[in-house]
Design a protein around this ligand. Structure first.
Ligand SMILES: *Cc1c(COP(=O)(O)O)cnc(C)c1O
Length: 394
């Protein structure tokens, strides 16, 4: 026996009359209360406090309040919450706002996993789904049904970078009492403030540009009303879609430089797109900021000068040419993600769209030589030189 306090007991944090500048990381799963009355007060909403990390924790709330600022979410609206991934955010939307018998209409070029959820997982829950081309508001109107509960859209499609007719579709949703959910991952709130254009719910894969360093997977959901937010948050807590405190802490750290990174990457993207368009090995460049983009006028109305950091292009040739090009790109990661500080390159034929037949990919405008670039914050001249060298090697 010894009278040393047991090392099993936790020690109080040392007092300090000065304060830490950086947001503390709080990994605690549980929170203790002083009395049963105090716990009642918390559960009944008379006092603020945390109880169990799956139901909420401070690092998630700090991150959510910061993204709320970017999205223009006020306390009168449904303040945002964080989920363990972008797909968890979309799951919370579907579980919270739809029930068996409802119909969900999506854009036909949504993020691959979102499409998979629409085609396989929602029908298993009794929710019917279909997709339509969101660049064509008439086609979209025709695809709406009396039981349509919710429309899920991305502003800029992946990877062909077509721009949805959000203004017309938002009107349609308002007229018919259908909820409009915008996945704002690609455009980011720097480019597009979805609530200003009539969105009822905004979701993000925070994994991408917002966190920006390819070291966390997280999502975000906010709503026009507290009722909608509460319905989705409840499902997030019950289905365990909650994020890790450390991931939230990392993402908050990344978010401090989000606007700087976005502006720099977008500037680089515009310059790289113009340089690629001049190269003889390049058949076509798709960048919403270029005047030759098919939806260029819509781009101006929706995002103004913020055409984003994503550039797609078609390299002339087949597998021999694409192997030569990618093999000669020394410092650009050939990896199917986006929004990293560094430039990454992906090829739909071997990643996101590999399950499709060659014919189906061609019908979508994606031959073997179709590449998507997520432009990073490197020096623009260096980036252009690297791509030029790799194209010259083909
Ligand atoms: C990546 C992505 C998602 C999914 O996010 P995760 O964090 O990977 O789960 C959803 N939508 C879009 C547009 C994305 O790019």
């Amino acid at each position: 026996m010894t009278d040393t306090p047991s090392i099993v007991r936790r020690m109080p944090f040392p007092d300090s009359s000065s304060r830490a500048v950086v947001t503390p990381l709080q990994p605690s799963v549980v929170y203790s209360s002083d009395t049963p009355d105090a716990l009642d007060a918390q559960y009944e909403g008379r006092a603020q406090g945390y109880t169990y990390a799956r139901e909420g924790h401070p690092n998630a709330d700090v991150l959510a309040r910061k993204i709320d600022q970017l999205e223009g979410v006020t306390p009168q609206m449904g303040e945002g919450f964080i989920t363990g991934s972008g797909m968890a955010a979309i799951s919370a939307v579907m579980l919270g706002l739809c029930r068996a018998g409802d119909h969900v209409l999506g854009g036909d070029q949504l993020y691959g996993r979102s499409l998979r959820m629409m085609h396989e997982d929602l029908p298993a829950l009794g929710i019917t789904t279909s997709v339509a081309d969101p660049t064509n508001a008439d086609a979209f109107a025709a695809a709406m049904r009396p039981d349509t509960k919710l429309v899920l859209l991305e502003v800029v499609s992946n990877p062909t970078l077509r721009v949805a007719d959000i203004e017309e579709i938002a009107k349609l949703c308002r007229d018919r009492g259908v909820l409009l959910v915008i996945d704002n991952t690609f455009t980011t709130p720097r480019g597009f403030r979805a609530f200003d254009f009539g969105a009822d719910v905004v979701v993000h894969s925070v994994t991408k540009l917002l966190a920006g360093h390819s070291d966390v997977t997280l999502g975000y959901v906010a709503a026009r009303t507290p009722q909608m937010r509460d319905a989705m948050l409840l499902k997030s807590v019950t289905w365990g879609l909650t994020p890790s405190p450390f991931d939230c802490w990392l993402a908050e750290r990344g978010l401090y430089s989000f606007e700087l990174r976005f502006d720099r990457a977008q500037d680089n993207a515009a310059r790289l797109a113009d340089a690629l368009a001049l190269h003889p090995k390049v058949e076509k460049v798709l960048y919403p900021g270029r005047t030759d983009h098919p939806d260029h006028n819509r781009v101006r109305a929706l995002v103004g000068d913020n055409a984003g950091n994503m550039v797609s292009f078609i390299l002339r040739g087949e597998r021999a040419e694409t192997n030569a090009f990618v093999g000669a790109l020394d410092n650009v990661a050939f990896a199917p993600t986006l929004g990293d500080i560094g430039t990454t390159l992906s090829q739909p034929a071997t990643s996101s769209h590999r399950a499709l037949s060659v014919q189906d990919r061609l019908a979508l405008g994606m031959p073997e030589g179709f590449f998507r670039i997520s432009v990073g914050v490197e020096d623009a001249e260096l980036l252009i030189a690297e791509f030029t060298k790799a194209l010259d090697a083909v």
